[in-house]
Design a protein around this ligand. Structure first.
Ligand SMILES: Cc1ncc(COP(=O)(O)O)c(C=O)c1O
Length: 381
């Protein structure tokens, strides 16, 4: 395991390399205490998930042996689909090998129903890559600006006399900003203008809403499966691996035959399905974990003077040098938080992304607060 000095040197090297080429050439070393894990509910360490995984591993072996259309369709896939559809308040679901593949495949497959995609400027790479695969006109709209989309649709309708078939693509809890999409306004827009909406709830699932069901729960909204598709991952708050799309059964059928990441990639190992299923069972059984996470989020937000909110993602922004100092102060307490660079975030908006998890010890929050306030010129949230 690398010591603190090792981390400092590795990070210096990373910064220097980045200054020269703007590209990352080395993988960061995984720290003992990471402040940027996506394991929000610490479920990757939960004894019941581990036990279910081991049992299934012994029963079914290590791999799925093929894609779900061939030999890999273990019955636990269906169980997991029923469970995730119910947790996300949708009518049906399809499970993929990763969240990346869920987004790529869903956008790619639905492209035949769409003339124009509207994509939020801060969307995750998996959504952007799906849009590339779709090969349809894609318009990037300013972050969370629903009026902008409305105006654009109006201009198009006036100039062509027809309304395009469109889909808005967004995250709900944005992975790098930690803010929420205006889901109510977006739902109203697609209702009023006969459009479709794809919402990636990779980070919102298990973290926001009273029961951790995501952005729609947080806004007190139900979603219309004729117009809305919800994607996400089992690799963050559920501590495992795999992606999902919750949607109308007709869209699910389309994804089975046209979702390239579904058709052309090996299914999840049954042991992973078993652990994912257990994570959902635990999440569905009550909101204690979600409540505990919210509590810890509030404590950190308070320590940093960040705006109140349920989002466990808190970006720390500032000059690169100030960020590097903050990072060094954290390392004095053996806490490790990596810098996030372009192209993951827009040019000039490097940041340290803190993501609170139930694996955090209470004392870390005090130490993070102290490190943050030692450096002037940093903003949290
Ligand atoms: C917003 C968002 N969508 C999708 C993904 C992809 O999920 P997965 O890691 O399961 O491929 C991620 C995670 O990296 C993400 O942050």
């Amino acid at each position: 395991m690398m010591g603190n000095q090792g981390y400092l040197e590795a990070n210096d090297r990373l910064l220097q390399e980045l200054d020269r080429s703007g590209q990352r050439k080395q993988l960061p070393t995984r720290g003992e205490i990471s402040l940027s894990s996506n394991d929000y509910l610490n479920l990757s360490r939960h004894p019941q998930l581990i036990e279910k995984g081991i049992d299934e591993l012994r029963r079914s072996g290590t791999g799925a042996t093929g894609s779900r259309l061939l030999s890999g369709n273990h019955p636990l896939n269906r169980d997991l689909e029923v469970a995730i559809a119910s947790f996300k308040n949708g009518p049906s679901a399809l499970v993929f090998s990763t969240g990346y593949q869920a987004n790529l495949s869903t956008i790619g497959a639905l492209a035949e129903l769409v003339d124009i995609f509207y994509s939020d400027a801060l969307n995750h790479a998996s959504l952007i890559d799906g849009l590339r695969l779709a090969r349809k006109e894609t318009i990037v709209f300013p972050h969370n600006d629903v009026q902008w989309i409305e105006r654009d649709l109006e201009v198009r309708a006036r100039s062509t006399g027809t309304s395009p078939r469109f889909m808005v693509v967004t995250e709900s809890l944005f992975s790098m900003e930690g803010d929420m999409a205006p889901l109510r306004k977006l739902s109203d827009l697609v209702d009023a203008r006969d459009g479709l909406l794809l919402v990636d709830e990779a980070h919102a699932t298990g973290t926001v809403g009273k029961e951790g069901r995501g952005g729609f729960e947080q806004e007190g909204l139900s979603w219309d499966p004729d117009r809305v598709l919800v994607t996400g991952t089992f690799s963050k708050a559920m501590g495992g691996l795999g992606g999902f799309t919750v949607c109308h059964p007709d869209y699910r059928e389309l994804l089975i035959s046209r979702g390239r990441g579904f058709v052309y990639s090996t299914a999840l190992p049954p042991a992973v399905l078993a652990s994912n299923l257990e994570a959902l069972r635990i999440l569905g059984a009550g909101n204690d974990l979600v409540k505990a996470l919210s509590q810890r989020v509030s404590e950190l937000r308070e320590a940093l003077g960040a705006p109140a909110g349920q989002s466990p993602i808190i970006p720390i922004r500032g000059e690169k040098k100030a960020l590097a100092s903050f990072q060094e102060y954290l390392l004095e307490s053996a806490l490790w938080a990596p810098l996030i660079f372009p192209p993951t975030v827009p040019e000039g908006s490097e940041r340290i992304r803190l993501s609170v998890t139930l694996g955090w010890e209470t004392d870390w929050i005090r130490r993070i607060g102290e490190a943050f306030h030692r450096e002037t010129g940093l903003q949290a949230g």
